[in-house]
Design a protein around this ligand. Structure first.
Ligand code: FAD
Length: 160
């Protein structure tokens, strides 16, 4: 099967956008990710999937902790920044929450300890056990068919 067909099919699943953060030797690292899902309520577990080539994989393997920051529609520049698509002088402001760096003004920040990992093909699945959560109000940044958009009055409106 053609890689492009697989990618196109997966892009038809509309998602929000997150930035995964962790801190290693006093330096904060971030990576844009939309492969994020809730796994379990008891215990509270979530899952992220990280490419085996991504630097973030090595960072999380060393720290054993990470936070998932759900971006608002006003944070599209952060998605591009942490995907390495732009250099942005408005780089994220981080705050500390539950002992982890989190992105200020994210819709939700979920601080986790690594609970389990499994390498599957060219990605590694990280199950995170939730330490603590912060939530704020706002509209989400959306990603669909390779483009950003926002939910407005119940509709998804492509923006770029
Ligand atoms: P780097 O390439 O080192 O970091 C990424 C970028 O973040 C660099 O430009 C770096 O300068 C910047 N950065 C890092 N830390 C900081 C900081 N403290 N301050 C300012 N800038 C900083 N990949 C996956 O593996 N899984 C996914 O689920 C996934 N979903 C994605 C969803 C979307 C919408 C997009 C656009 C990309 C997604 N990617 C995903 C791809 C992934 O974001 C990129 O491959 C990313 O560049 C990999 O980062 P890295 O860990 O190798 O680190």
């Amino acid at each position: 099967m053609d890689d492009r067909l697989f990618r196109t099919a997966m892009s038809k699943f509309a998602t929000g956008v997150t930035v995964i953060t962790t801190e290693l030797a006093g330096e904060v690292h971030g990576m844009t990710a939309n492969a994020f899902m809730s796994v379990s309520l008891d215990p509270k577990l979530i899952l992220i999937s990280i490419g085996n080539q991504a630097k973030m994989k090595g960072h999380i393997d060393q720290t054993g902790v990470f936070a998932v920051n759900v971006l608002s529609h006003e944070q599209e520049h952060l998605s591009k920044q942490f995907a390495g698509q732009i250099k942005d002088d408005r780089a994220a402001t981080f705050s500390t929450f539950a002992g982890l760096p989190v992105i200020s003004d994210a819709l939700a920040s979920v601080a986790c300890d690594v609970y389990d990992t499994t390498v599957q093909g060219d990605h590694t699945l990280y199950i995170g056990k939730v330490r603590d959560i912060i939530v704020t109000d706002g509209d989400p940044l959306m990603f669909y068919s390779g483009k950003y958009g926002m939910i407005s009055y119940g509709e998804s409106v492509p923006r770029s």
